[in-house]
Design a protein around this ligand. Sequence first.
Ligand code: GCO
Ligand code: MG
Length: 402
Amino acid sequence: MRIQDAKVFVCSPGRNFVTLKISTDEGVYGLGDCTLNGRELAVASYLTDHVIPCIVGRDPFQTEDVWQYLYRGAYWRKGPVTMSAIAAVDMALWDIKGKALNTPLYNLLGGKSRTGVMVYGHANGRDLEETSDQVAKYIDEGYLAVRAQSGVPGLPSTYGVSKDKTFYEPAEKGLPPENSWSSEKYLNHVPKLFKALRTRFGDDVHLLHDAHHRLTPIQAARLGKEIEPYHLFWLEDAVTAELQEGFRIIRQHTTTPLAVGEIFDTVWDARLLISEQLIDYLRMTVVRGGGITPLRKVAAFADLYHVQTGCHGATDLSPVTMGAALHFDISVGNFGIQEYMRHTPETDEVFPHAYWFKDGYLHPGDKPGLGVDFDEKLAAKFPYERAYLPVNRKLDGTMWNW
Ligand code: GCO
Ligand code: MG
């Protein structure tokens, strides 16, 4: 079998997605996702102009060799554009392999290690009460784990709070929207939120929270310490993680479990975090982390240090990534949890998929390969529209991390 052709599709059914379709001379095709929120066209060009000409004619079963060729062979390594593009090729080749062998991808990754993939949903509200009511809704829908984000008194907007309660979509059409930020106001508010949630819902439901890169290490340490009595499943992205050593400070002060890594693109972003046991969950996922091939190696390395997986699963990761992540999740030994931010009905229609949700768990389904398809004709009705993630400023106008 040989790769005959590959094509990139940029479409916007509910939001922008970049999808790679690789076809073979035997009629089998595979899909890959390479959506990079706010920088979509750069990845599309990287694939069309630079990668596709190098993979036509290759054996699609050689997932390891093709990955090495694209990673080592580019000379310029890493970075979200490069790694998302390589990820799409890798996903598509695993999809082809599964279809050609007529088996779901998880069977090629060691088989099922569990009966389902525990996921967490996204409860959010403008204030404490609204957030709490949203948590109740998720629990009623069967979720065993819920992420809670709330508006902060005195701030007009903040990360994680959306107009629409089912789909949280931070990207907006036009130029980047501007948010404002105060770590002080946030730090005073969050412990009250989790106190209220534990009082109302008791101890069983897993509660999670995302600080979205906004604190300094000592502020994160304070937050972790103050929410210890409410025993969160994790506190995510408490600080930006470029400085991995920064996590030592947080770790010295709190037993709140820490998660990080949705923006990591190689193991090098997490090497120290893992080997010094500074985190508990790694958020790297298939699309940003260069594909299934490298992510399995990172997970094996993390397993040595008691670090579990917790793949990113926001709306900007297409159903193709979600499908791939679920096959990874159900097979990997050190699975922790999977994020599940549901897609809009338009997105689901363009990407029909075999995965399904029941009683707090997602299941990858039993279709060969990834179990996700792409309706090209329908996708063409939703052309790309430029959209950006917000930028963030402190109350005095200083640029800050969004
Ligand atoms: C999460 C993330 C997302 C990101 C988004 C950016 O935990 O799900 O933080 O909400 O902000 O994926 O494109
Ligand atoms: Mg996050």
